[in-house]
Write a protein that binds this ligand. Structure first.
Ligand SMILES: Nc1nc2c(c(=O)[nH]1)N[C@H]1C(S)=C(S)[C@@H](COP(=O)(O)OP(=O)(O)OC[C@H]3O[C@@H](n4cnc5c(=O)[nH]c(N)nc54)[C@H](O)[C@@H]3O)O[C@H]1N2
Ligand SMILES: Nc1nc2c(c(=O)[nH]1)N[C@H]1C(S)=C(S)[C@@H](COP(=O)(O)OP(=O)(O)OC[C@H]3O[C@@H](n4cnc5c(=O)[nH]c(N)nc54)[C@H](O)[C@@H]3O)O[C@H]1N2
Ligand SMILES: [Mo]
Length: 726
């Protein structure tokens, strides 16, 4: 993935085309010899891989990585290599179903699509007549990240219906808000430039688990002499392979970043020219930073002051230096401010504007997606309320006016939403009409009144961006729909028809939607067409340089050091007037977690262990949770990493089952006692289906519905618990 900077307009991606074009090879596939067909992994993951599906006798028998894709490089993660097992899983939903047993029992009778659609439309109308459309709530997230599957006809349908709106905030909204307030865009360093980095800080990201293909670039950089530092309370497989691992107390990273700034400024290591030309608010920031000398930061984070000085010095004096931040950091009550604070470090040392330097959280903003054309907010009827998806539990139990129908797709909130006990009580409500559109009978699907069969990406068309790399990819079906399954777009087309919605927007085909999905006249899409995507499958965005230098000022007379930021000031906002105007601290700051030693001493006395429940290696959130091989690889059931100093006084030995609990709920996990965490910290990789855990519960029993400081995001990792022998 390490091509030197070349002019993208002159370079065509050497896609090759070893596989038959879509639509051809039918006879061959039926005749018994396997053929390879291209697909795009649709999962909510950084890597957005180019897959090859091996199809024999009309069935997928193997899934691998496309060797010609410059990022996928011919290999995919272990879980996605099991993707075809999901397609043919015994739990696959093949026909529409109606509930015949008690809520949650998963007992259904098959019905026809016509019956299912009529039942849904009739019930929606019965609810709307007395209560209004706000009594209906859609619930979806990124089970499929394709532009069509994620948000297109579904949004049009619910806009037109006038249902309650959903704030889709479970994953990335705090970090997004931080980047927008600081840089004006969700963009960062091009991952294909990482090979040029000489100092890489991976901050709150388990690369080998959730961003596998980035390891290649990091490894190449290290072969060129780069140093890898990992900052994470969890000594995961990536941390174990780093040159240096710093394990701060969870939620103290903003203090750590301010400590680094303190060292940089007190030693005069800042880049004054860069600061003068490209930032606003430096004098105010300098005052703030004085409050964070290394000794104080050591006290807050639990890290030695000398180590803080060392890393700050190395980071500031090695060029190019990169901070690669993960999404985990933002899932704290102070997550927005933490992300903003960390993202400002490269601004102080002028690490932007160099190949391989800068900061990368997300590159989603690099893709010119035309959300308005896909979602058609102009169809919105009235001004319905917005419900934050992290509040699903409270919303189902106590929203006023009540939610009487919930339509779930692309998501499995029974296990992925916080405060699970409340979510499950809500889903079990006798008077709630629950529609679930799913590929497999998930824990959520078991509660459905009407369960609809969904296609997988191997069975439908979609267009894929990435929030990490800069390749646009087209996915076309490699097999016909399994059973009677239908795509999200097809279901909402049919539902709109059944409801009697006459607007032409509901007649758009998937091909129409592909044409509407992007601003095709954007410079990054110059020379890129749907026809070319059909031929080549993946095309790199046509950025001015390759690797892309985000924020580079490409104007003919641009000052050499001057970059261009789409913020109100046009500069990096060390001080944000926009934040001040909304009552937020305009400067970076450390605020203790709402649940922590310093933030809530009473709670910390009762529940002294800070539990982080990050991404598990063998699942993608809860996706693949039904796969027996992957369950086994993930330890056969939930695991919790504990430090010996916490385990011993509780009489907990390595390998024993423990109950993890707080005032919200509890779950059972197997203890793994060792050096993976510091005292007072525990880690339990997620997300297990309740149907496959020892006591039918999982980690989100303990997490809270509290929101982040910015972006109204989820706070899964701000979570104090106690642990006892089971
Ligand atoms: N295998 C696998 N890959 C995945 C996923 C998956 O479930 N499994 N999920 C996908 C999705 S939807 C997303 S959003 C991403 C999520 O993947 P990441 O962005 O990696 O997010 P998390 O796994 O939540 O957390 C990443 C790391 O942040 C650390 N962390 C938590 N709190 C703190 C803190 O206070 N300080 C510091 N320094 N670190 C902290 C955790 O210990 C963890 O190692 O990955 C995607 N990829
Ligand atoms: N404790 C804890 N909880 C977490 C997290 C954490 O780190 N810790 N991470 C959070 C994060 S970052 C995220 S993003 C959320 C994710 O939580 P969810 O949004 O619930 O994501 P998944 O668990 O992957 O479930 C997606 C479901 O969508 C279905 N699906 C896939 N494609 C399609 C399709 O085309 N149509 C339809 N109708 N269905 C489809 C899949 O079969 C799958 O069951 O979880 C959050 N929950
Ligand atoms: Mo996520």
């Amino acid at each position: 993935m390490s091509s030197p900077a070349v002019n993208a307009t002159a370079q065509s991606i050497s896609a090759g085309d070893p596989f038959p074009k879509s639509g051809s090879g039918e006879a061959q596939a039926r005749a018994g010899s396997p053929i390879l067909r291209p697909a795009v992994c649709p999962l909510d993951c950084w890597d957005t891989c180019a897959q090859l599906a091996e199809v024999k006798d009309g069935k997928i028998i193997r899934v691998t990585g496309n060797p010609n894709h410059p990022i996928t490089h011919g290999y995919i993660c272990d879980k996605a290599r099991h993707f075809h097992e999901k397609v043919y899983s015994p739990l696959r939903v093949r026909k529409p179903k109606q509930r015949i047993g008690p809520k949650g029992s998963g007992e259904f009778a098959d019905i026809s699509w016509a019956e299912a659609l009529t039942l849904i439309a009739t019930r929606f109308k019965e609810i709307i007549a007395p209560y209004g459309p706000e009594a209906i709530l859609p619930f979806s997230y990124a089970g499929n990240l394709g532009l069509l599957s994620f948000g297109s006809l579904d949004r049009r349908f619910f806009h037109r219906l006038g249902s309650s709106r959903l704030a889709r905030t479970v994953c990335s909204s705090a970090g997004k808000s931080a980047l927008l307030h600081t840089y004006g865009a969700t963009q960062g360093t091009d991952p294909e430039g990482i090979v040029h980095s000489r100092y890489i800080i991976v901050w709150g990201l388990n690369v080998l688990t959730s961003n596998l293909h980035q390891w290649e670039g990091i490894s190449a950089a290290r072969r060129n002499g780069a140093k890898l530092v990992v900052i994470d309370p969890y000594r995961h497989e990536t941390a174990r392979r780093a040159d240096l691992h710093l394990a701060p107390r969870p939620g103290t990273d903003a203090a750590l970043a301010l400590g680094f700034m303190n060292v940089i400024l007190s030693k005069g290591l800042e880049d004054r020219d860069f600061i003068a030309v490209n930032t606003v608010g430096f004098d105010a920031l300098r005052e703030r930073v004085r409050e964070y000398p290394p000794e104080r930061v050591a006290e807050i984070t639990g890290l030695p002051a000398d180590l803080i000085r060392q890393v700050a010095r190395e980071y500031a004096t090695t060029r190019p230096s990169l901070i690669r931040a993960g999404y985990g950091l933002q899932r704290h009550t102070n997550g927005g401010m933490t992300m903003r604070t960390i993202s400002l470090l490269p601004a102080l040392i002028g690490a932007w504007g160099q190949m391989g330097g800068g900061f990368l959280l997300s590159n989603s903003g690099a893709f010119p997606v035309n959300n308005a054309a896909l979602e058609r907010p102009d169809l919105l009827k009235g001004n319905p309320r917005t419900i934050n998806m992290n509040h699903l539990g409270d919303a189902l139990l106590a929203a006023e006016p009540p939610i009487r129908a919930l339509y779930v797709y692309n998501s499995n909130p029974a296990v992925t939403a916080p405060d699970q006990a409340k979510v499950l009580r809500g889903l079990a409500r006798e008077d709630l009409f629950l529609v679930v559109h799913e590929q497999v009978i998930t824990d959520t699907a078991r509660y459905a009144d009407i369960l609809l069969p969904a296609t997988t990406h191997f069975e439908h068309t979609d267009l894929h961006t990435s929030y990490w790399h800069l390749y646009l990819q087209l996915n076309e079906p490699v097999i016909p729909p399994v059973g009677e399954s239908k795509s999200n777009t097809e279901v909402f087309r049919l539902l709109a028809q059944t409801m009697g919605f006459a607007e032409p927007a509901f007649q758009d085909s998937d091909q129409d939607l592909l044409r509407q999905a992007l601003h095709w006249d954007h410079p990054f899409l110059q020379g890129i067409t749907l026809e070319r995507l059909r031929r080549e499958r993946f095309v790199r965005l046509n950025t001015p340089s390759q690797p892309h230098l985000p924020f580079a000022d490409t104007a003919p007379n641009a000052e050499p050091k001057r970059l261009s930021f789409p913020t109100p000031s046009g500069k990096i906002e060390l001080y944000s007037a926009a934040m001040a105007a909304t009552g937020l601290d305009p400067l970076p700051a450390y605020v203790p977690l709402a649940e922590s030693r310093d933030g809530s001493p009473d709670l910390a006395a009762r529940y002294p262990i800070a539990l982080v429940s990050p991404a598990a290696k063998n699942f993608l959130n809860s996706t693949f949770g039904e796969n027996p091989t992957l369950q086994k690889q993930e330890g056969g059931g939930p695991v919790i990493f504990l430090h010996p100093e916490d385990a011993a006084p509780r009489g907990i030995a390595d390998g024993q089952l423990v109950r993890v609990f707080n005032y919200r709920g509890s779950f059972v996990a197997r203890a793994s006692v060792g050096d993976t965490v510091q005292p007072g910290v525990a880690v339990s990789p997620t997300i297990w289906w309740n149907s496959f855990t020892p006591d039918g519960t999982s980690a989100n029993q303990t997490t809270s519905q509290r929101l982040t400081d910015m972006g109204a995001g989820a706070t899964f990792h701000t979570n104090l618990v106690e642990v006892e022998r089971f």
